[in-house]
Design a protein around this ligand. Structure first.
Ligand SMILES: [Fe+2]
Length: 394
């Protein structure tokens, strides 16, 4: 099926669901080179119909609230067999002109609650309401595919990305451009299909053993904390009081890790912290009973490799410490599997062709995302939410 006919088939389904008394009607549109994943467009593009073009943001949020009240948004994301999406909707032309409008747009979906980040290991600033910068690392830094907080027992279910400013090269570029800032996305369900087919032993090992993710957090007030931009106190020290001894600080951090993330603290001789998270690498989408690749260890490996940090002490050219993920029994994940995993992710990935004002709704349970470098000025904002359904065990 061509992507155009996928889009029109989905449009027929979607139009039938649109509330009839709204000032806005949404229709599916064809996104060039979008992928067909399990019979659906990936991503699904939605925009106003010709007769309701250029809606006000008030009309947009009212319409989305109606869709949410009627359970239509939820049914799209709950992956019912006839409407199931593998996780990404690209909204275009909905008058989302700034961070405040983006915040209002995300609120209108009526997802249960904002996701509170615990253990931030990146640079993000609050812009408005529940809206933050996506990441403030330099534009030449590539991120590999990952599930947002896939290393954690506490993760967001829904991510919104808002393309506020598209870099000039992004607007001109084709899909083959690698410095365009276009956001790579893939279906985590399709990735499981491919791993089971191409690397059955790896898939079996991941499913049966799980993984242990490890992260390094430098001590506060150290040069490396300044270089990296965060430390264990910032990330986990919410309960620490000014006069707490170091031992008390450590026990408070360990308690946050254990109670909120089911994670373990290992203190290092230089005052740094290793956080160990023993988790499944593959989980199950409850409403479809399908396995989904839910983790970020391919990116941990890729970034460690690119920074020459695959051997102890895992210190990279970027100044960071890139602790390797192992299987859940502590054994190494073979590099051959990791390299092939990165290749497969690229083979099934799609680069989101941002236009100013676009918003992508990413179902974090069934889609992974990444970051391509860019040239020039770009602004990508995020909003993270808990959804209606949590993942199950395999
Ligand atoms: Fe991310």
């Amino acid at each position: 099926m061509s992507s155009a006919s996928i889009a029109s088939a989905t449009a027929t389904n979607f139009a039938a669901d649109n509330p009839s008394n709204s000032l806005l009607q949404l229709e599916a549109f064809d996104i060039p080179s979008s992928r067909n994943v399990h019979g659906n467009a990936f991503p699904l593009g939605l925009r106003p119909t010709a007769s309701t073009e250029n809606p006000s943001i008030e009309d947009v949020t009212a319409h989305i609230r109606e869709l949410a009240d009627q359970g239509i948004i939820q049914s799209l994301l709950n992956k019912q067999p006839d409407k199931r999406l593998d996780g990404v909707i690209l909204f275009r032309g909905l008058s989302v002109t700034d961070a405040a409008a983006f915040s209002a747009f995300t609120e209108s979906f009526k997802f249960p609650k904002h996701y509170q980040e615990i253990g931030l290991a990146g640079k993000r600033s609050i812009v408005a309401g529940n809206v933050k910068t996506a990441n403030e690392e330099p534009p030449d830094v590539k991120f590999y595919y990952h599930t947002e907080y896939g290393r954690s027992a506490d993760y967001p279910d829904i991510l919104f990305f808002y393309s506020e400013i598209v870099p000039e090269q992004g607007l001109r570029s084709s899909f083959s451009a690698c410095r365009s800032g276009q956001t790579p996305i893939l279906s985590s369900v399709e990735l499981c299909d491919r791993l089971e087919k191409d690397l059955p032993q790896f898939y079996h090992d991941l499913t049966t053993k799980g993984i242990i993710g490890r992260q390094y957090f430098p001590a506060p007030n150290t040069d490396e904390a300044k270089t990296i931009g965060w430390n264990w106190k910032d990330s986990y020290g919410f309960d620490i009081q000014p006069n707490d001894s170091l031992d008390v600080q450590h026990s408070k951090v360990a308690s946050v890790l254990a109670s909120k993330l089911q994670a373990k603290a290992e203190w290092q001789s230089n005052g740094a912290l290793h956080v160990l998270q023993t988790l499944p690498a593959i989980r199950r989408v409850k409403s479809t009973n399908k396995p989904t690749f839910f983790n970020g260890f391919a990116g941990v490996y890729g970034r460690g490799r690119d920074n020459g940090a695959l051997k102890p002490p895992y210190r990279g050219a970027d100044g960071g410490v890139h602790l390797p993920t192992t299987y859940g029994d502590g054994s190494e994940i073979p590099i051959g599997y990791l390299e092939r995993l990165l290749e497969i992710q690229d083979e099934i990935g799609f680069l989101t062709p941002w236009q100013p004002g676009d918003v992508a709704l990413i179902d974090n349970q069934t889609a992974q995302h990444a970051r391509t470098p860019w040239v020039g000025k770009r602004s990508l904002l995020v909003s993270l939410w808990k959804g209606h359904e949590r993942l199950g065990a395999m």
